[in-house]
Design a protein around this ligand. Structure first.
Ligand code: GDP
Length: 363
């Protein structure tokens, strides 16, 4: 007996454990666990997590069988949602790489170029996908193409959909179910990472099935440092409008109070910022930046909001010299800043535990 929301095995004994449903829930035709029930009706999250060990077990299981692996990444948080080392676990099984949330990128972005970028980045990260697709599971963009690709590459075999939490895996599976069967929202989706548990099986006509695997929590996501309301501010919902800043040396940009970029050296130049439209970017002189942060965290510099400012982890500095033209400075899970010309010296600040990296420009 499984929950129609998250796929977990239903149990009625222990309220504190996964898959609990009150005995009365078993009389219903569609059984939903208490956790999904709360999420659905009260938008309330219960804290559970899949351990990294459990996740490895699942990957190992995939490696033991012949299957197509569909690896979903969030194109807005490409590196952060990557799932390193997947190729080591899935054996010789082909991997179809699918970039989700393409609706967030500016309309001017050309898909073939982006697909090329994904192939190149995948190669650098040690993965050779059999093909690359771009979709928006939420908007239904590219679904036909990805479903055809799955059909083609699975060659009669089972399909495992893998991805870290919050890449939109449930939305993707829901969308597939809807396209195939015409049914609505049957799997839990939410703002909060880590809400899809256990495997959900979607039977296919030929006896094979698509399996939705639980997402592994990506501990480097900015999402873990902000509360639910703030997460709405930093999670882009619509097409991102890049903001261009002409900076002089020794100027600083604050991204709310969550991250900071110091422009140290390299002459006057422009920085193109790709963040959720609602996230406030504040420019100041570098010499005032520390003081401003101390005084204004939770006020002018939000999120985090005032009540969370005291417990918010201190920002840690990472220094970079931009060596190549068209480089992105990526703040994992928050957004990125594109530097078009080489030669800039910058310092990027993020909460301890959040990743910052340089990459070849996505756009
Ligand atoms: P899961 O944890 O991987 O199962 O992710 P969910 O399906 O719960 O989605 C996580 C978040 O991403 C939710 O807030 C979704 O609304 C959002 N999301 C999913 N797909 C898309 C998409 O194509 N575009 C955008 N902009 N957001 C999406």
């Amino acid at each position: 007996m499984r929950c129609i929301g998250c796929g977990v095995h239903i149990q009625t004994e222990d309220e504190t454990k996964l898959g609990y449903a009150p005995p009365s829930a078993l009389e219903k035709e569609e059984i939903i666990c208490q956790r999904c029930f709360r999420l659905k009706h009260y938008n309330e999250i219960q804290d559970v997590s899949l351990t990294d060990d459990d996740f490895l077990k699942i990957l190992h299981e995939i490696g033991q069988s012949e299957a197509l692996v569909v690896k979903l990444v969030d194109i807005f948080d490409f590196n952060g949602s990557w799932l390193p080392g997947l190729h080591r676990f899935v054996g010789n099984n082909p991997i179809l790489l699918v970039g989700n949330k393409v609706d967030l990128l500016p309309k001017s972005v050309k898909y073939p170029k982006l697909i090329q970028w994904m192939k190149q980045s995948a190669k650098e990260l040690g993965l050779k996908p059999i093909d690359v697709c771009l979709i928006s599971a939420a908007k239904g963009i590219g679904m036909q193409r990805v479903m055809e690709a799955i059909e083609q590459y699975r060659d009669g075999k089972n399909v495992y959909v893998v991805g870290c939490t919050n890449v939109g895996k449930s939305t993707f599976i829901n969308r597939m179910i809807r396209e195939v069967t015409g049914e609505g929202n049957v799997i839990t989706t939410s703002y909060f990472p880590g809400t899809t548990l256990d495997m959900i099986e979607i039977p296919l006509d030929d006896g094979a099935a698509i399996y939705d695997t639980p997402g592994i929590i990506n501990h480097q996501q900015m999402a873990h440092f902000v509360d639910k309301k703030d997460l709405k501010t930093i999670t882009p919902k619509r097409e991102i409008h890049p903001k261009v800043y002409q900076l002089n040396e020794q100027q600083t940009l604050f991204f709310g109070g969550l991250a900071r970029l110091d422009y140290v050296k390299g002459g006057r130049r422009s920085f193109v910022c790709y963040f959720a439209n609602d996230l406030l970017i504040h420019r100041t002189k570098r010499e005032h930046a520390d003081e401003l942060y101390e005084k204004q965290l939770g006020e002018l510099l939000q999120p985090p909001k005032k009540s969370d400012a005291d417990t918010f982890p201190p920002l840690v500095a990472h220094s970079f010299t931009i060596k190549e033209a068209k480089t992105d400075i990526v703040f994992s899970g928050l957004g990125w800043v594109t530097c078009n010309e080489p030669g800039a010296q910058v310092i990027a600040y993020v909460p301890k535990g959040v990743n910052v990296l340089l990459r070849k420009s996505l756009i």
